[in-house]
Design a protein around this ligand. Structure first.
Ligand code: F6P
Length: 466
């Protein structure tokens, strides 16, 4: 059935966003940019000798051009799915419906609306999942292990199972999973199709027990249980070796200098680093900071809130509006409280990893207050690279809270006054306690480094009855 079987891969990863992206430069040549992240680092654990293949979608014009010119990286297969189909699947369904369901982001009096347009986009989501399933079926060796990633590809396990019953199929959710009563906002047939698609896998994995249980709860209500599919939990941790080395390179020192100049002599810092993502709750974080300045005037002129808010999913109007709201509220706080030599909120919106690490190292307090988050790696990374210890204000709705809750200051992300109080507590935490807590946070945060995280999944998928 598969002509290239002799070149077929033993381990395959499938995700919407791949490990490399291309841009066409001024001379018309393609520049490749390799991404970071847990999966890239995890996959490197199997070594270059292993026959592995990462199947991903072409996302940009540069990516599509690379596919057309036959340019690619060894071990990466980029699928040139029709741009309109990809946009309906990615922007329309994955980011505007499934992401909203799992992060519980709808303003329910008016949304969601599941109408004819939704059905049209859903057909694109099916086609896009099918393109992945077919490519994987083509390129997988007999009995190969396939690790499918995320809500973009929820139908792939079921489709692939039909095409290649011999494969070991796993699926990993990097997001939370919605509780059944929220998940069931989806039309009944769609809810069922999604769960059955996922249950085509031999094993489904999640970042925390809470999300795995929520999935099982949905299956119980919609399809009567999880059947023979196994579920597991793998809490991706921070990559300590990489972070500590990277955080001490000269470009990070340079960014620390720049930030210090913006902050001003002797001031404390409250740091947050996020993609400007609706679930990250950046606006309520700013409101909490404003309330802190209001309730505790003694902090005025003595602290600075550094908010690194990098652009995300700007094709979606609601993301653009949210990004504008972050700037508006920050400007309002600066206008209200700022003085000639004190800017209360410093916002940077240009993605810069060296600057993020600089902010991590300098932070007195890290604010991580998502509405809901699969894990949140920032919460894990800050304690690992912190120079002098950092108090962590952490939402109880972040997956990371399951592992870090004991040594963080926990907040209800909707409770702005509660968050302001936690910021005050964090700022006044005795230094020795802060240092001790940071040590324990760093240990918990690095318990399962990306390579081990990946190998554990592979091993569990291959084990017959684990
Ligand atoms: O952080 C959760 C996550 O689902 C990641 O697994 C994934 O890489 C990302 O979100 C998707 O974001 P984007 O739409 O920018 O590719």
């Amino acid at each position: 059935m598969v002509s290239e079987r002799e070149h077929a891969a033993q381990i395959l990863v499938a995700s919407n966003r791949g490990p490399v992206s291309y841009t066409v430069n001024e001379d018309g040549e393609l520049d490749a940019r390799r991404g970071g992240g847990g999966l890239v680092s995890g996959l490197s654990a199997i070594g270059s000798g292993a026959q592995s293949l990462w199947v991903c979608a072409a996302l940009s014009d540069g990516d599509r051009e690379a596919v057309r010119r036959g340019v690619g990286e060894p071990g990466v297969l980029m699928l040139d799915i029709d741009a309109a189909v990809h946009s309906d699947a990615y922007n329309g369904i994955a980011n505007s419906v499934l992401w909203f369901v799992h992060h519980m982001l709808y303003q329910t009096p008016l949304e969601p609306v599941f109408d004819k347009e939704f059905r049209r986009q859903w057909a694109a989501y099916e086609a896009y999942n099918k393109a992945f399933a077919e490519a994987l079926a083509q390129r997988a060796a007999d009995g190969a292990a396939v690790l499918v990633q995320d809500y973009h590809l929820a139908l792939v396990p079921g489709m692939l199972r039909e095409l290649r019953p011999d494969l070991r199929i796993g699926h990993f959710s990097h997001t939370p999973w919605a509780p059944a009563e929220y998940f069931r906002m989806l039309p009944d047939d769609i809810a069922e199709q999604l769960l059955r698609g996922m249950l085509g896998a031999d094993r489904l994995a999640f970042l925390t027990r809470r999300w795995a249980d929520a999935f099982a709860g949905c299956c119980e209500q919609v399809v009567g249980g999880t059947g023979t599919t196994r579920t597991g939990v793998h809490g991706l941790g921070a990559d300590a070796d990489f972070l500590r080395e990277r955080a001490h390179r000269p470009d990070v020192a340079e960014r620390m200098e720049q930030l210090r100049e913006q902050i001003g002599e002797g001031r404390r810092t409250i740091v947050r680093v996020d993609r400007t993502e609706l679930s990250k709750n950046i606006v309520r974080g700013l409101l909490a900071y404003r309330e802190l300045l209001e309730e505790h005037p003694e902090w005025r002129e003595r602290i600075v809130h550094i908010a690194l808010a990098y652009p995300s999913r700007q094709d979606l109007a609601v993301y653009r509006e949210y990004t504008a709201e972050v700037s508006r509220v920050a400007d309002e706080i600066n206008a209200q409280y700022g003085t000639d030599d004190w800017t209360p909120v410093v916002v940077h919106v240009k993605d810069d990893f060296a600057r993020s690490l600089a902010a991590y190292r300098m932070a007195d307090v890290a604010l991580v207050n998502p509405i809901r988050d699969g894990m949140n790696l920032v919460a894990k990374e800050v304690p690992v690279v912190s120079d002098h210890g950092c108090a962590l204000v952490l939402s109880r709705e972040a997956g990371a809270h399951a592992e870090l809750g004991d040594d963080a200051l926990s907040v209800n992300p909707y409770d702005v006054s509660g968050t302001a109080a936690a910021l005050h507590e964090a700022l006044t935490m005795p230094e020795a306690e802060r240092a001790e807590r940071t040590k324990r946070l760093a240990a918990a945060a690095t318990a399962l480094p990306p390579k081990q995280w990946f190998l554990d999944q592979l091993e569990a998928l291959r084990a017959k009855d684990a």
